[in-house]
Design a protein around this ligand. Structure first.
Ligand code: IPM
Ligand code: MN
Length: 355
């Protein structure tokens, strides 16, 4: 039986980078059946909804979802908010598919060491942000306005169950890595953070091999720049994870390099997941062939690793990316003197050649 992958290219540079990820998956020789569906602004334009019912049904009938990016100025002022690609599309699909665990690895790629803005002598970075994805201030009710629109409020809400399940996932990942977990919060101010700390402290006793510590989010933002090599697994809530993962991406050299996996509870042996670059739809460069497809291609590699459980093929993809970069093939975001500047699809071709 072939694997079934739902492809949701979305908006902006989403379709360009997703094409390259599909190209690479096809080149691996794996038996995969792809089916595309409209999503995000494209879903709204086609069907009046950023997450059309047929798109959600396709995802539910697939082994994994490969997503590009959503959003753009065209849809930024749609009302109600649930028509907007970010809220009615991305947040809705994460919630509908119960994808509460967002894994965002950030690793220094040796050929791009000079693209990193950090000074010489910095430590190599190889960390995993484990971001809670379906709770917190992104989803808490009530939210809204009062005083004729002049006062606005959001609610940050976490339940014990939500914190426990993501904490277990983070420890399982730490056990497979360097066994160091740092839980990041703002417990000197926020009640939700104090509950996180209590629960992480309780659960830590079940993983005595893992060293556990806590860090405040502002300090973490600073420590990431000062010494990114100190981190192995960063466990954090939804919004802090959003911000810290963008910061970590830039330390690798470009936001165009970071993949992500969003997964639910494993059902027996099966890990259903949605795989997408950490970057957004970049409307300013859409359709120009300038986008770096590496984040999307590394997301495809995570799909193969987690949902197909095929580490060998995932390693082949990761190595092909590294080799293509080492050969000096570069999109403009990570260009250096002496390298050859290529467009999105040529970057994909160069990676396919290395496979
Ligand atoms: C991300 C994005 C989304 C998020 C936006 C587009 C809603 O920034 O995946 O990191 O904040 O989760
Ligand atoms: Mn983000």
């Amino acid at each position: 039986m072939p694997f079934k992958v739902a492809v949701l290219p979305g908006d902006g540079i989403g379709p360009e980078v997703t094409d390259e990820a599909v190209k690479v998956l096809k080149a691996t020789g794996l038996d995969i059946e792809f089916e595309s569906a409209p999503f995000g602004g494209a879903g709204y334009d086609d069907c009046g909804e950023p997450l059309p019912a047929a798109t959600l049904a396709l995802c539910q009938a697939s082994d994994a979802v490969l997503l590009g990016a959503v959003g753009g100025p065209k849809w930024d002022s749609l009302q109600p908010l649930t028509k907007r690609p970010e809220i009615g599309g991305l947040l809705a699909i994460r919630s509908e598919l119960n994808l509460y665990a967002n894994l965002r690895p950030a690793k220094t790629l040796t050929p791009l060491i000079h693209a990193s803005p950090l000074k010489e002598g910095r430590s190599m970075m190889d960390l995993m942000v484990v971001r809670e994805l379906t709770g917190g201030i992104y989803f808490g009710e009530p939210r809204g306005r009062r005083d004729d629109g002049n006062t606005a409020f959001d609610t940050c809400l976490y339940t014990r169950v939500e914190i426990e399940r993501i904490t277990h996932r983070a420890y399982e990942i730490a056990m497979q890595r360097r066994k160091n977990l740092i839980a990041v919060d703002k417990s000197n101010v926020l009640e939700t953070s104090r509950l996180w700390r209590e629960i992480v402290t309780e659960i830590s006793t079940q993983y005595p091999q893992v060293s556990t510590s806590f860090m405040l989010v502002d300090n973490c933002a600073m420590q990431l720049i000062r010494d990114p090599g100190q981190f192995d697994v960063i466990l954090t809530e939804n919004m802090f994870g959003d911000i810290l993962s963008d910061e970590a991406s830039m330390i690798t050299g470009s936001l165009g390099l970071l993949p992500s996996a969003s997964v639910s509870d494993p059902k027996g042996d099966i890990v259903f997941g949605l795989y997408e670059p950490v970057h957004g739809s970049a409307p300013d460069i859409a359709g120009q062939g300038k986008a770096n497809p590496i984040a999307a291609i590394l997301s495809a590699s995570m799909l193969v690793r987690y949902s197909f459980k095929d580490d060998a093929t995932a390693d082949r993809i990761d190595n092909a990316v590294e080799k293509a970069l080492a050969n000096g093939t570069r999109t403009s975001d990570v260009f250096e003197n002496g390298c050859q500047i290529v467009n999105t699809s040529e970057m994909g071709d160069a990676i396919v050649r290395e496979l």
